[in-house]
Design a protein around this ligand. Structure first.
Ligand code: UDX
Ligand code: UDX
Length: 432
């Protein structure tokens, strides 16, 4: 089939590249010409392991075309995916849908024959209805069906999540559209994942409900970690023991510094906003958002305790700053609030991250990026393991730091407290 992905961010680019790899012709459109030029040079503007190779392979076979020309791409395509950003509005909970609606208004100008228009971006319940209203003249002539097909891609694992999804959710009232989409996804769903067709609003809701539930699991175990510290229990045992219950499941039960990224924070707030519009109180999701926000401050206060508030001339090293490993994405990363708090304390802050230097810290005078783990740790007083990149998992800290009585603060519990004790290294974990 011929597909058009509008927006080549994490969602549009990964989906477009993977759709081309299973045999479709895919036009990837973006209004950002710099991004399109980079893509036409075979370069990937996002950090997604494995994506560049698949992109090059299909770009070479002319199955993957990058362009800023929305009209020509749409006219050549059967299915149009809207993958533009849906960020949270400033100082609000609601999702900013201006890009989605501006794309819909563009489409109205030149669609002359039947197209399926899909919202793949995460959009609040009833957004499909609003797009249908914008395109009602085309709808009346049966030239469009508006469908919800939310993405469930995790950054850093996006290709695997696309090719081996747990489920493909299609929200539409049109049997014609459903039949076409089932054949589009056939190469993927035959790998035992589930193809589930529901109403359009149902599909929109499944996406938000799923992310809100995953965020709830994480906040739940993070609060249990606070209790575990007080009761001298190891939270990793609690997560493992709980996870053996099939009804709970062990995934997304790892205690950490708080959830970040472009999705959980945005989607939990947008769901609360939708509920408010329908006079429904989602008190649990509200508590999850509040708990996650409070946690960042709670952990920085913990650093006050660890250093006994003695910051002068201290060197603090962050190993990893991204919101999770295998991505360069800093959106809502807990390191941002922690480093900004510590920067005001007058200590020297170093950070190393495999995905490189971050613009978020470039204006902070006490913060410096180091290109190597060794130089970032040398003579450091406190090493904070913030993001669990693989290369941090087996470090010889004594050799790296080359000084006595330094402290490790392991925000992801990737190290063994017993080994730290044996090496006489002062160690703090999360919930242990
Ligand atoms: C984001 C959210 O992470 C995701 O949850 C949601 O489903 C979609 O929005 P992402 O791919 O990360 O997904 O968006 P972003 O990285 O902001 O990329 C959006 C792309 O769309 C950008 O490259 C932007 O230039 C492009 N765009 C935006 C257009 O091409 N046209 C527009 O009108 C607006
Ligand atoms: C998430 C959803 O998993 C994905 O299905 C959806 O499509 C987009 O949003 P993503 O935000 O890329 O994916 O990352 P994810 O792996 O879900 O992690 C989100 C945050 O939760 C990260 O900050 C991560 O560190 C944290 N996390 C995750 C935990 O703290 N503990 C866990 O057990 C799992």
């Amino acid at each position: 089939m011929k597909l058009c992905m509008i927006g080549t961010g994490y969602v549009g680019l990964v989906s477009g590249v993977c759709f081309s790899d299973i045999g479709n012709v895919v036009y990837c459109v973006d209004k950002d010409k710099k991004k399109i030029d980079l893509l036409n040079d075979g370069k990937v503007p996002i950090y997604e392991p494995g994506l560049e190779e698949i992109l090059k392979r299909n770009h070479k076979k002319n199955r993957l075309i990058f362009t800023t020309d929305l009209k020509s791409a749409v006219l050549k395509s059967d299915i149009i995916f809207i993958c533009v950003g849906t960020p949270t509005k400033k100082n609000k909970n609601s999702a900013d849908l201006r890009y989605v609606f501006s794309v819909a208004k563009e489409l109205k100008k030149f669609i002359k024959k039947y197209k399926i228009i899909i919202t793949k971006s995460t959009v609040p319940v009833t957004t499909g209805d609003k797009i249908e209203t914008i395109l009602k003249s085309l709808k009346k002539k049966k030239l469009v069906d508006i469908v919800s097909n939310p993405e469930f891609l995790r950054e850093g694992e996006a290709i695997r999540d696309f090719i081996y999804p747990d489920r493909v959710i299609i929200g539409t009232e049109s049997n014609k559209a459903n039949k076409i989409l089932k054949s589009l996804y056939l190469p993927i769903i035959k790998k035992s994942s589930r193809y589930f067709r529901t109403s359009r609003r149902g599909a929109e809701m499944i996406k938000y409900a799923s992310n809100a539930f995953l965020a709830t699991k994480i906040s739940f175990i993070n609060e249990l970690a606070n209790l575990s510290e007080k009761t001298n229990v190891d939270i990793k045992d609690i997560s493992f023991g709980m996870g053996l219950d099939q009804r709970i499941g062990g995934r997304f039960l790892r205690a950490g510094p708080s959830y970040g990224g472009s999705c959980f924070p945005k989607d939990t707030k947008a769901l609360i906003d939708t509920a408010n519009k329908f006079n429904t109180d989602l008190s649990i999701v509200k508590t999850v958002v509040n708990s996650n926000d409070k946690r960042k401050l709670y952990l920085t206060k913990k650093i006050d305790l660890i250093l006994e508030n003695k910051y002068k001339n201290k060197i603090i090293t962050f190993l990893g700053v991204t919101f999770k490993p295998n991505t360069d994405d800093m959106r809502e990363a807990s390191s941002i609030s922690m480093i900004n708090y510590l920067n005001k304390k007058g200590c020297k802050i170093r950070y190393y991250d495999p995905s490189g230097e971050k613009k978020e810290f470039q204006n902070l005078k006490n913060v410096k990026f180091y290109k190597k783990i060794s130089s970032s740790c040398f003579k450091s007083d406190l090493i904070i393991l913030h993001t669990e990149w693989n290369e941090f998992k087996i470090l010889n800290f004594k050799k790296l730091v080359k000084k006595n009585n330094f402290i490790i603060y392991d925000l992801r519990n990737i190290y063994s407290p017993d080994k730290m004790k044996k090496n006489k290294i002062k160690y703090f974990g999360i919930g242990r």
